[in-house]
Design a protein around this ligand. Structure first.
Ligand SMILES: [Zn+2]
Length: 229
């Protein structure tokens, strides 16, 4: 890890470029310039309204921040396969945090990343959802909210037979993919489950359902960076 003063000097001597447009970033910007961040396509109100009934099946709010068009697709690809954790942190801070701040007034938030399997973690080097959550926590803290990242879930080895799980749950293949770890969210805090992309929503719903099984009263929010078509 580069120390702060050293990274400051490095940025002056070797300024980095915006991941999207290639312009040189200012010292206050990281990965993507402010203009490109402002122009990333946000999800419509209608789309987020369509997610609500899905979320309400487990008593959770549910929304996605960005539409999965060309440029967002490239960003998500860089998150997943490019090992680009500063980009994940930047998007968490400048996209997820403002998105949440508009939608909840909860004073205390626990940000929980959707876990990836240890084998994938070794191959990829990092969990993109964890860094999205860390960036999001920084953005919420800057706005005066209490926000903390907690990894409440672990990814399980995927079992070949899902038969036993599917009898008890609505979320088919995603059920049984996660397990709870020993950490518990503080009572009353809004738990925000964070994933990078959202297709059917089955991962977020299965993970959310597991948390609700342990604590049915837990205020829960399912949040994805981008909604795929
Ligand atoms: Zn740019």
């Amino acid at each position: 890890m580069v120390s702060k003063p050293l990274s400051f000097l490095t940025r002056i001597v070797f300024p980095s470029q915006c991941h999207q447009c290639g312009t040189l970033l200012t010292l206050h910007e990281q990965s993507v310039c402010q203009i490109c961040l402002d122009h990333l396509p946000r999800t419509t109100h209608l789309l987020n309204q369509q997610l609500q009934p899905l979320g309400s099946t487990i008593g959770a709010c549910f929304s996605a921040a960005l539409s999965f068009d060309g440029e967002v697709q490239i960003l998500c690809y860089a998150l997943k396969y490019g090992g680009n954790y500063p980009l994940a942190q930047c998007l968490g801070r400048h996209i997820l945090a403002p998105h949440l701040l508009k939608r909840t007034s909860a004073p205390h938030l626990i940000l929980c990343p959707i876990p990836i399997h240890p084998r994938r973690l070794r191959r990829r080097g990092y969990n993109q959802s964890l860094f999205l959550a860390r960036g999001c926590a920084l953005g919420l803290q800057a706005a005066g909210r209490s926000a903390q990242v907690m990894e409440l879930l672990v990814k399980r080895e995927h079992r070949k037979s899902q038969v036993n799980f599917s009898q008890f749950t609505r979320w088919g293949n995603a059920a049984g993919a996660f397990a709870l770890n020993d950490q518990r969210a503080p009572e009353g805090a809004l738990v925000v489950l964070i994933d990078d992309t959202l297709t059917t929503g089955s991962s977020l719903l299965a993970a959310g359902e597991l948390l609700k099984q342990r604590n049915p009263k837990m205020p829960l929010y399912l949040l994805a960076l981008a909604k795929e078509d």
